[in-house]
Design a protein around this ligand. Structure first.
Ligand code: DGP
Length: 213
């Protein structure tokens, strides 16, 4: 019997939408159900590129926005081979931010068009499901440590949200993340279980076209 592949599941959304909590809860629940699943997150601040990104986000260094854009993308490429191998070997990855954040944050901070912003991520593994966690401005501002990092400003976050909406395709769903943690988790779990089942015999796609790898 051939190995069924895992799914590439991505949680996107503005800052403080609860993505990290939900990613962790989802993987714990999938594992409890006997499904092999692991967390990944971007930016991955542990890699060499990630360390520069971390300094940029915490305002230790300043860099031109184009450079920052390529650093974030290259951070995802650093993980490409390992992620693809893991998925094809049967493990589902639940990812806290991915290419859509890359395009949306740069579009929002620079005004560059989305096609320019998407280009460096072309060829990365395509998510089977992107769940867009949406929160109100009030809920966002009330969450712990709001405003401590570079992009945490309400007017910028609104632009990010609008760019994320423009990136939606048939693999995306929106989830109301103003609800309590357990309700959001239940919705995400249902979506994840159905995506895992649906894609297990399908090839892993490629961003930003649908050519199978
Ligand atoms: P997080 O660790 O998820 O809180 O993300 C840190 C910040 O970096 C957050 O404000 C969103 C932003 N961000 C995440 N991914 C990207 C990206 O690929 N490009 C840009 N420009 N910003 C990103």
């Amino acid at each position: 019997m051939t190995t069924k592949r895992g799914a590439l599941l991505v949680l996107e959304g503005c800052d403080r939408a609860g993505k990290s909590t939900q990613v962790q809860k989802l993987v714990t629940e999938l594992n409890a159900r006997g499904i092999s699943a692991e967390v990944r997150r971007f930016p991955d601040r542990t890699t060499e590129v990630g360390k520069i990104i971390d300094k940029y986000l915490s305002r230790v260094v300043d860099l031109p926005p184009e450079t920052v854009h390529l650093l974030f993308s290259s951070n995802r490429w650093e993980k490409y081979t390992e992620m693809r191998k893991t998925i094809l070997s049967g493990t589902t990855l639940v990812v806290d931010r991915y290419a859509a954040s890359g395009a949306a944050y740069t579009a929002a901070t620079t005004g560059k068009d989305l096609s320019w912003c998407k280009e460096p991520d072309r060829g990365l593994a395509k998510p089977d499901l992107v769940a867009l966690l949406e929160i109100s401005e009030d809920v966002q501002a009330s969450r712990a440590n709001w405003g401590s990092e570079r992009f945490e400003r309400s007017e910028l976050q609104q632009k990010v949200s609008s760019s994320l909406h423009q990136l939606m395709d048939e693999s995306w769903v929106t989830v109301d993340a103003n609800d309590d943690i357990d309700k959001v988790h239940a919705k995400l779990l249902a979506l994840a279980l159905s995506a895992i089942e649906m894609v297990k015999d399908k090839p892993l796609g490629e961003l930003y076209d649908s050519k199978p790898l």
